[in-house]
Design a binder for this molecule. Structure first.
Ligand SMILES: [Zn+2]
Length: 378
């Protein structure tokens, strides 16, 4: 028998599965929390919106929880984690990947309020149980709707073969250097930001694009004083420079936008000089500035072979899509497996447990059944 590493297996962790339809999911979640003895709980929802909705639902039943989304610049994170440590029965709702930033120290429940999209990530997440000697329940609540949502998200990042060469031509349009605007590519190609990001990352890893400095291409400006009054404070030369910049402001939906690159070309000034001027006006209380239009600047080869790049990037993204679907299917197999959860999970991770664990949901007699088919509306 192969030795079982303690990388994944935890004798105090009970793996449980619930399968139900989407509309039943919140009810089941609520039942679990109400029926089981209270204890430190981490709930992993699919999206921030799902997390907020669940928080509201729990609150409606008198159950207090906190949302936690790790952001390096976010100050709240530390406070929430302190709260988790200090509270007897805290409930934190988060989204996939964020749970790794919660150093719980003590834990009673991990709920996957959606299907994990990847078995390795699910298994790594079980390390949340480390540092707790008492029994922990980790339960996946699996619905057909969530499965479909994950498939849709994967598909949204794939591109049709004929569209990809069009997109590649849009990216490799310049000589030596290009600036790629996420919002423009998203609009033209009807793709989410992460699809564009993934495509660019792949092009970088292929070596077709080099550089990749991120910057904002648009300034959204809110004047706090009339422009004449702002300009009057400056000498003639500076006043003219500001007037020239202001001439490039475009009004869209009640807001003023400044395309920094276009403005730079129009007033014959470098980007950093325009940014410096805006910063100065902002600090003087003349305007409010917000930056947007996420973009990346790349070095591009001279006369790129668009056909070869398109084929290569298509093959890479297609392989990536198939791998992700394959990963999701493994999770579904795990959920629908009729047998010991630990034994099957360790098998998927390349370890032979050689026996039944005796303490997972299945071993304790739970028979949740297959994920039902998507609920028909009406
Ligand atoms: Zn078992």
């Amino acid at each position: 028998m192969m030795a079982i590493s303690d990388r994944y297996y935890r004798p105090n962790l009970c793996l449980r599965i619930t399968t139900c339809t989407g509309p039943e999911k919140p009810v089941r979640m609520l039942q679990r929390i109400k029926d089981r003895p209270p204890g430190p709980t981490i709930i992993i929802a699919l999206t921030q919106q799902n997390a907020s909705e669940l928080k509201k639902l729990l609150l409606g039943h008198g159950i207090i929880s906190s949302l936690f989304f790790h952001k390096p610049e976010h100050d709240d994170a530390g406070n929430i984690l302190e709260w988790f440590k200090d509270n007897d029965h805290p409930i934190i709702i988060t989204t996939p990947g964020n749970e790794n930033h919660i150093k719980a120290g003590k834990l009673a429940y991990i709920y996957h309020y959606c299907i994990p999209s990847n078995i390795a990530m699910y298994a790594d997440g079980l390390s949340l149980a480390d540092g707790t000697d008492t029994d922990i329940t980790s339960e996946i609540i699996a619905t057909p709707e969530d499965r479909q949502l994950i498939i849709n998200a994967i598909d949204a990042c794939s591109f049709e073969e004929d569209k990809i060469s069009k997109l590649v031509s849009q990216i490799f349009f310049g000589e030596n250097e290009v600036e790629i605007r996420f919002d423009e590519l998203m609009k033209i190609n009807g793709k989410p930001a992460r699809a564009i990001e993934m495509l660019l990352t792949e092009l970088e890893s292929m070596g077709a694009l080099k550089g990749g400095n991120t910057f904002y291409s648009v300034a959204m400006i809110e004047p706090l004083k009339p422009s004449r009054q702002i300009i009057a404070r400056f000498d003639r030369k500076r006043g003219e420079f500001l007037t020239a910049i202001f001439k490039n402001l475009e009004k869209r939906g009640g807001r003023l936008y400044l395309d920094i690159k276009k403005t730079g070309e129009a007033v014959k000034a470098e980007r950093k000089r325009i940014i410096a001027a805006l910063k100065y006006l902002e600090e003087s209380g003349d305007i409010k500035v917000e930056y947007g239009g996420l973009a990346k600047r790349y070095d591009v080869p001279v006369n790129p072979d668009i056909t070869a790049i398109s084929q290569s990037i298509f093959d890479r993204l297609e392989l990536d899509r198939k791998n992700k679907i394959g990963e999701l299917n493994k999770v579904v197999d795990f959920i629908e497996h009729q047998g010991c959860r630990w034994r099957y999970l360790l098998g998927l991770l390349g370890e032979d447990f050689g026996r039944e664990c005796g303490h997972c949901g299945w071993c304790l007699g739970s028979r949740p059944g297959l994920i039902p088919s998507v609920t028909k509306k009406g």
